[in-house]
Design a protein. Structure first.
Length: 368
């Protein structure tokens, strides 16, 4: 084990530092590693989260990971030498591939750890199988990786940690509801996601429920996030006369400050490897409802902390939402259960301890 963390320089690699699960994870992990005594440098294409880390004193380096993995690998060669990097922790395929190309050509003994935030896809990603260790963000991701050919002894599941101090029940519900013209007693789910299109994360399914189910016509919907699909979203809201009931807030870096306006967190997505936003909403004491896809069932305990719904079953999705809308005591109890469960299973302390254990294993092998 390497005990003197002050001499250990960790390079975190991620293509960009804007909105997204991997990016938010890196933004959370970097300061936690610094608190544990590591020297952390983040290399990315930049973004708002990079600026946030820079203000915290964490070194940010520009690296064109999405432009070319060969170019990025050559740039990495110089970064590793300049900052005396002891270990690379890559997030996303482009970052992992660039790190491995650099390792193979220039620094064969340098440990490279890869966190798989998604499923292994094309043939180019087979290079990632050669990383020293692979972290899967859910059991679902781990099992899928093993089926693709990853050595089971090389890959471990470590859930993304949730900052339960940041994401916690807040007392600004009344203020938020007045601000966005949401009646104090109206049932209001929140969906938080990038809006690639209206079907990717299920926005269309929620709009359909508000439009076509009479018992849902007094409900309100809070939408946080943005993307290319936002214009189609605005069109659908206008076309279906939902402007007074659907509240599109756009991108918010401080999502935690808006969750108190909602009663539940919902994510009827077609696919999720983990579903970080669900766990964050649950930490804020909101029950969760989502389609049972990917790693979602590892977050939601059906009938205890929320509801799992078969993918694409809009009537069943409506039924579960209605159950929570109609029974406030049950909804509040589920929310309490949700926060307790997130604190027990997805704490940042557990996550960091597990990641550091992997770092120590790789560094011990390097220096032994």
């Amino acid at each position: 084990m390497i005990n003197n963390h002050s001499t250990v320089n960790i390079l975190l690699l991620v293509p960009r530092m804007n909105i997204g699960g991997a990016e938010s994870h890196v933004a959370m992990l970097a300061p936690l590693l610094v608190l544990k005594g590591y020297n952390v440098i983040v290399a990315s294409g930049g973004g708002k989260l990079a600026e946030t880390l820079s203000r915290q004193g964490i070194k940010q380096v520009f690296l064109p990971l999405r432009l070319s993995t060969y170019l990025a690998a050559r740039c990495l060669k110089h970064l590793i030498k300049k900052y005396h990097i002891n270990l690379i922790h890559a997030h996303s395929a482009a970052a992992g591939i660039s790190a491995m190309k650099c390792k193979i050509k220039y620094y064969p003994s340098l440990p490279v750890i890869y966190t798989a935030h998604g499923i292994f896809g094309n043939a180019k990603e087979k290079l990632l199988f050669k990383c020293d260790r692979i972290i899967a963000v859910s059991r679902f991701v781990r099992e899928a990786a093993i089926q693709k050919g990853v050595d089971p002894d090389k890959i471990i599941t470590i859930y993304n940690g949730i900052d339960t101090k940041k994401f916690s029940p807040q007392s600004n519900r009344s203020i938020l509801r007045k601000k966005y013209a949401i009646p104090q007693d109206a049932f209001c789910p929140v969906i938080i996601s990038r809006i690639k299109n209206l079907h990717n994360k299920g926005h269309q399914h929620l709009l359909d429920i508000l439009t076509h189910y009479s018992d849902a016509r007094d409900w309100h919907l809070l939408i946080i996030g943005t993307g290319k699909g936002r214009w189609q979203l605005r069109w659908q809201i206008w076309k279906n006369n939902l402007s007074a009931k659907v509240h599109f807030l756009g991108h918010k870096q401080d999502v935690e400050n808006y969750l108190a306006a909602a009663d539940i967190v919902v994510l009827p997505s077609y696919f999720e490897t983990f579903g970080l936003v669900l766990a964050e909403g649950m930490a804020a004491q909101l029950p969760a409802v989502a389609y049972d896809v990917g790693g979602i069932s590892e977050i939601i305990k059906d009938n205890t902390t929320g509801f799992l719904v078969p993918y694409g079953n809009i009537p069943q999705l409506y039924k579960k939402l209605y159950t929570l809308a109609a029974d406030k005591p049950h909804r509040l109890k589920m929310g309490i259960n949700a926060r307790i469960d997130v604190k027990n299973r997805f704490s940042t302390s557990v996550m960091v301890k597990s990641i550091i254990s992997i770092y120590n294993d790789c560094l011990s092998n390097k220096f032994s």
